[in-house]
Design a protein around this ligand. Sequence first.
Ligand code: ADP
Ligand code: ASP
Ligand code: MG
Length: 429
Amino acid sequence: MARVVQKFGGSSVADAESIQRVAERIAATKRDGNDVVIVISAMGDTTDELLDLALRVSPHPQPRELDMLLTTGERQSAALLAMALIDLGVPALSYTGSQAGVITTGTHGNARIIDITPGRILTSLDEGDVVIVAGFQGVSQDTKDVTTLGRGASDTTAVALAAAVGAQYCEIYTDVDGVFTADPRVVTHAKRVPVLSYEEMLELAACGAKVLHLRCVEYARSERVPIHVRSSFSENPGTWVVDQTIIDQHRRQGDLPVEQAIISGIAHDASEGKVTVIGVPDTIGTAARIFRAIADEEINIDMIVQNVSRAGLGRTDISFTLPHSEAAKARDALKRIQAEIGFEGLAYNQDIAKVSVVGVGMRTHPGVTASFFDALAKADINLDMISTSEIRISVVVAAKDAARAIQAAHSAFQLDAQTEAVVYAGTGR
Ligand code: ADP
Ligand code: ASP
Ligand code: MG
């Protein structure tokens, strides 16, 4: 008998029939003799719809109340799934994040899990129930208010629970057959990757591959929880995300090809914008002052480019990218220090996209950057910004060029599959 945690995303439970279908799948796992903990997302695009509704009522919804509203989405699907299972003769109990013991920080909209106290879950499992936990939510340790963990964070709930209840692995069921070499909604011939290291998945998730929530991968790496990403619409094997040492071991045993792929995937992110601080005096400490002002607002920035000083003027432009949702806050913070620093002005461009090529093989294969830039040049695409890590190269391009850039890089690195990738459901929202 195994103890498994399975997470079903919104597109897997978009309507009543889908909930019944998922219930049948869970019932089969339970009948096979497993202890089953389910983490469930809100139905379909419910979270987006609730958010739109909130913004229609109030342009700047109060964060505590917004969390009260958004958490209802997962409560609905959890209760409905429990009903469907009970009708199949499988005892099941749904819990909110708070009831399940998901203890978080107090930052509404982006709380972090501090601890899981799974007492009630373990008791229910002992009594033979399938436990269903509403994903993406918890309760603040300090204020005792309901919190949410950030968009897409039901994945994180699932991995955190898997660690807390000692599950062998965590299954993430979604609307595609695993993690692909690129988003199959953008690259029709993207290829499923059978195994990825935590490290590679972290880079892909951080660069916008929303198939797994970034913090879920961080959690899995630190708690050593293997993740299996797969489709709830097929029985196909998916993608295992595990420690590199396990991958190396399978290579030695001959169950995986000895040669590691140079590039494991291409990710893109269209949710960022670019701020340019124009005419910044080129003096020591100025950049520090600018980025301190941004940091004080708790805004995470991504890429930075500082141009060479304009001849004779001693002034330069500094550009950086940040989540579009933080742009107004950043502009206000910079305006407050404009007189003190003496920069000339601010510009903002939302029509950008970041395209990133990720792979551990880059460490040992020179020339990946050259091939990537060559492919973009051949596709007549201009690069606006560049940044790299040991296993990643990211560029910023115009938003309108993003899909072509991804496809060009995908083909250049010979990642195209023979057959089309299947997208089973979802709106891609
Ligand atoms: P869920 O509702 O199940 O959480 P998400 O929409 O959050 O599903 O994530 C699945 C989606 O992630 C896919 O439908 C796909 O469009 C997108 N995606 C982006 N990059 C990738 C990738 N590299 N591999 C697979 N899917 C990806
Ligand atoms: N329902 C939440 C969202 O749409 C959480 C999740 O699905 O993971 O962001
Ligand atoms: Mg998701």
